[in-house]
Write a protein that binds this ligand. Structure first.
Ligand SMILES: Nc1ncnc2c1ncn2[C@@H]1O[C@H](COP(=O)(O)OP(=O)(O)OP(=O)(O)O)[C@@H](O)[C@H]1O
Length: 252
């Protein structure tokens, strides 16, 4: 059974069909990419899957459960984490604190209780801190734990964002343009991190990305959108040879 099953998903904004009858599945422990020219509907698709937008048509199933129209926090609590095109770290907080916040969506005590330092959440807080450090170690940024998160280099901030998403202990991780704004070295590094997230933690990844070398490198399968519609879905080698895909990109 697929971990994520998107069926006939659609979203209209006024008269514009941003996503139109899009169906695909993502199997457990796979890395799948969604590509397409600007305005193809990739971010809208992500927002539909994570509950940021309500679909106009179709359904989203996660782990065999229909999550269509659920609120974002409820979908997140089920095990779907995401990162954003524009990095959204908390200023004035350390790297470690930023990652710990990610975990509080699932924790018993909640973020507010922990900020108020209620005594009964002490043990839970220690566990969250230890787990957050483990995420930082996996991503090779544990030495930056105490640094102010927003003072870091762009590539390091992306890694912090990844660590924060992992703190949710997701089964599915959605990455919206993880290489945006990164140089080629940082892009190669983020590719290695994504591959190790799948290999070491067994997390399924769905990513939207414009950097074709990264996409071709790390994806098991690729879905291609154009004007809101799915025009192809295949393994990277086949997508590179697909006439319709080539036409869409040459026309850009
Ligand atoms: N909230 C909104 N209201 C109206 N139109 C929207 C809204 N969000 C997106 N659109 C439109 O829907 C279409 C798809 O946009 P979307 O951002 O999903 O594309 P994309 O593939 O993610 O593009 P990019 O690669 O540039 O990020 C575009 O024509 C866009 O202008």
């Amino acid at each position: 059974m697929a971990l994520l099953d998107v069926a006939h998903l659609g979203k209209t904004f006024g008269g514009l069909q941003a996503v139109s009858d899009v169906s695909f599945t993502v199997d457990s422990k796979k890395i799948k990419a969604v590509i397409g020219p600007n305005g193809a509907g990739k971010t809208t698709l992500f927002n539909l899957i994570t509950g940021t937008l309500a679909p106009s048509a179709g359904s989203v199933q996660f782990n065999g459960r229909d999550i269509t129209g659920w609120k974002p926090h409820r979908i997140a609590a089920r095990g779907v984490a995401r990162t954003f095109q524009n990095i959204k770290l908390f200023a004035g907080m350390s790297v470690l604190e930023n990652v710990m916040v990610g975990r509080h969506v699932r924790s018993h005590g909640g973020f507010l209780a922990s900020m108020l330092r209620l005594p009964w959440i002490g043990a839970e807080e220690r566990t969250i801190r230890r787990d957050a450090m483990e995420r930082l170690e996996l991503l090779g940024i544990d030495h930056l734990a105490e640094a102010d998160a927003t003072s870091l280099a762009f590539g390091q901030q992306r890694a912090v964002e990844l660590a924060r998403a992992l703190a949710l202990e997701p089964e599915l991780l959605l990455l919206d343009e993880p290489a945006a704004g990164l140089n080629i070295y940082e892009t190669a590094e983020i590719g290695r991190l994504i591959a190790s997230i799948r290999a070491e933690l067994g997390i399924t990844v769905l990513l939207v990305e414009h950097d074709m070398s990264l996409v071709m490198d790390i994806s098991d399968e690729i879905v291609v959108l154009s004007f809101g519609k799915k025009i192809a879905e295949d393994v990277p080698e086949a997508i590179q040879r697909n006439d319709e895909v080539i036409k869409v990109y040459l026309g850009e």
